[in-house]
Design a protein around this ligand. Structure first.
Ligand SMILES: [Zn+2]
Length: 122
């Protein structure tokens, strides 16, 4: 099993509904996002996937969140936009793009701060 990882980021605002504390108020983060994909066999070039292609796919996915108020996005009108839920959202948006390229999406990690990270995998 081979795996590769790319790292990207986005900036956005959110507020956590029902949370008793500072995060109930509108605030923003610069989220760091790691995407890890795998393949059992390498392609003809000896790669899982071109890093540039993977970065582009992750970028297209993060474009939907970047500089947005996440609570206002259709998906998050009922789902609380916690880092965990944002991680799952990114996973589900990115997964079909990865499958089209005959690779598997292993894991998405979303860092809300330098010391706090949410992880989603199936
Ligand atoms: Zn927050």
């Amino acid at each position: 099993m081979y795996k590769i990882k790319v790292i990207s980021n986005f900036s956005a605002a959110h507020s956590l509904r029902g949370y008793k504390g500072k995060c109930e108020s509108l605030h923003g983060h610069n989220w760091k996002v790691e995407a890890i994909i795998s393949a059992k066999e390498l392609n003809g070039l000896g790669m899982v996937m071109d890093f540039g292609d993977l970065k582009k796919m992750l970028g297209e996915t993060l474009e939907k969140l970047d500089h947005k108020y996440i609570n206002k996005l259709e998906y998050f009108t009922k789902i609380n936009p916690s880092s965990e839920e944002i991680t799952k959202y990114i996973f589900n948006e990115l997964k079909p793009l990865i499958l089209e390229n005959k690779c598997n999406l292993e894991e998405i990690r979303v860092w809300e701060t330098e010391g706090s990270c949410a992880i989603y995998k199936e």
